[in-house]
Each structure stands twice: as structure tokens, then as C-alpha cells.
Design a protein around this ligand. Structure first.
Ligand code: 5GP
Length: 114
């Protein structure tokens, strides 16, 4: 059994509310939403943090952004606006070590973050 929580979601070992999927990425609702729309977009390969990204994996990163755009349209927040966030390591607030793009929207978001 993998210790990578999000790989376990990809492998359907842990249930998730999946909203989008293609051969490179999976998107599902965050279990502890911080906004009316809070979806996580993840690559279907294990990349623990942004620091671990290699040039060969660049296709996964573009796939994540294209999926985020699709998800925003699906959720009806493309025009009202949304935020894409990726946390890295402890000071960045990362808690799951499989890179993920947070898609946040459905309300006016404050800036700067705390
Ligand atoms: P991070 O803090 O690493 O940037 O974001 C991890 C996110 O994963 C958090 O927003 C957290 O609520 C979410 N999360 C953690 N465990 C689970 C889970 O088992 N299922 C889902 N859907 N989201 C999770």
C-alpha cells in the first residue's frame, strides 16, 4: 500500500468526489473546503513537491493547468474568477507530498494570504 495519499485516490483505494479525469491528471473536491469551490488537481505520477519537478515532467504541469481551466468552467466560476495555488514544503503550508493545484472560487478571495 502506498504512503502517498493522493496516489491511493488515483488507484481508487480511498474514495474521493472526482470531478475531472484524463490520462495525465485527476481532479477531486477537497475534503476540507476553504471556499465554496475547492478542487485539487493532481498528476497521475508521484511528484512530491515542486522542488522535485524535472523538465521531462513539464507535460504534467501543463495538463494540470488545462484541467484547472476545465474544472473552473464546469463549476461555473471561470467568469467570476478563481485562484490557483500550489504550496511547497513546510513554510508554504504543504501537507500532502504529491503536488496538487488548489482551484479555489465561488466567493471573493482575500489577498495577500496569511
Ligand atoms: P496542502 O496543504 O498540501 O497544500 O493541501 C492538501 C489538501 O488536501 C488540503 O486542502 C486537505 O484538506 C486535502 N486533503 C487531505 N486529505 C484528503 C483526502 O483524503 N481527501 C481529499 N479529498 N482531500 C484531502
Amino acid at each position: 500500500m502506498s504512503d502517498d495519499l493522493f496516489l491511493r485516490i488515483i488507484q481508487r483505494e480511498i474514495p474521493a468526489d472526482i470531478v475531472y479525469e484524463n490520462d495525465q491528471v485527476l481532479a477531486f473536491r477537497d475534503i476540507e473546503p476553504q471556499a465554496p469551490v475547492h478542487i485539487l488537481v493532481i498528476p497521475k505520477v508521484r511528484i512530491p513537491t515542486v522542488n522535485d519537478l524535472t523538465p521531462e515532467q513539464a507535460g504534467y504541469v501543463s495538463a494540470m493547468f488545462l484541467a484547472a481551466k476545465e474544472v473552473a468552467q464546469q463549476e461555473g466560476i471561470a467568469d467570476s474568477g478563481y485562484r490557483l495555488v500550489m504550496n511547497c514544503n513546510e513554510d508554504g503550508g504543504q501537507s500532502v507530498y504529491h503536488i496538487h493545484l488548489h482551484v479555489l472560487g465561488g466567493r471573493a478571495l482575500t489577498w495577500p494570504p496569511g
